[in-house]
Design a binder for this molecule. Structure first.
Ligand code: IPE
Length: 246
């Protein structure tokens, strides 16, 4: 089974609020058609949910965030999710809409529901979940990122490969040779060795990716502007991007 996250930076134009990158979504969906293995998709918020969460100062830590903020983040994620669903359906991928409230209670995963996702993926459906603003309890809410959903699902489902689709080629270990392979044998601390301008967003991805790699699972960062690379990794074991190994 494959677990694949479509980052907000690849499916939306992060420079402009509420702007999807429709052509990119379509070209990725067309490539995913070639994959015969069960696949679960998670997508990010980009210039939809992420944009509003910044505007309303909402974070991953549970707190009493502005309720209007919760509402607009959720609404914008439904809107972005609908665009992905429509595109995937048009491309005959049989998307199965899976809001994170289907398998989360507060900030705890519902194990039986997550096991059900495997069954859905093994039929001819493609479960599609997404980062969102979630109710936590005691009048609090929190942002559940798509990256965090990746490690929650990976822990229970143990996919053969977890892929993060980004808007860049990967993480450069050496800028001169453009060597892109990391052997993440270490722990979280090794993240700090990554010689790059680690933005908040990228740092979180690297953290979740190393959490998954430390479960003994393989993780791959790939450029979604070259969607054939996704197919090559899955079908040919050819990795043009960054590989994390546990
Ligand atoms: C979006 O998920 C969470 C929201 C703010 C609704 P991500 O945090 O995984 O989104 P991207 O991929 O970084 O945009």
């Amino acid at each position: 089974m494959i677990l694949l996250k479509l980052g907000g930076s690849i499916i939306t134009n992060k420079e402009r609020p509420l702007s999807p990158r429709t052509k990119t979504i379509d070209s990725i969906a067309k490539k995913l058609r070639k994959i015969k293995e069960p696949i679960i998709i998670v997508h990010g918020g980009g210039s939809f949910g992420h944009y509003w969460s910044v505007k309303y100062d909402m974070h991953t830590k549970p707190a009493k965030y502005n309720y209007h903020g919760v509402a607009v983040v959720k609404n914008s994620m439904v809107e972005l999710n609908k665009m992905i669903l429509d595109n995937f359906a048009k491309n005959r991928l049989n998307p199965y809409c899976l809001p994170p409230t289907d398998f989360m209670s507060g900030n705890k995963p519902i194990i039986s529901k997550i096991k059900e996702i495997r069954k859905i993926a093994e039929s001819n459906l493609v479960p599609i979940s997404y980062g969102d603003a979630l109710w936590y309890g005691q009048k609090k809410s929190y942002i559940l990122s798509g990256d965090r959903i990746m490690s929650i699902l990976a822990k229970i489902l143990r996919p053969r490969l977890s892929i993060f689709v980004l808007n860049v080629d990967g993480l450069y270990s050496d800028f001169k040779t453009k060597s892109l392979i990391y052997d993440m044998k270490g722990n979280q601390a090794s993240i700090h060795d990554i010689p790059m301008d680690v933005t908040g967003g990228m740092k979180r991805k690297v953290e979740e990716a190393s959490t998954i790699a430390n479960m003994g699972l393989k993780v791959f960062f790939v450029n979604g502007n070259k969607p054939q690379r996704i197919v090559d990794a899955i079908q040919k074991n050819k990795f043009e991007g960054t590989v994390f190994r546990g």
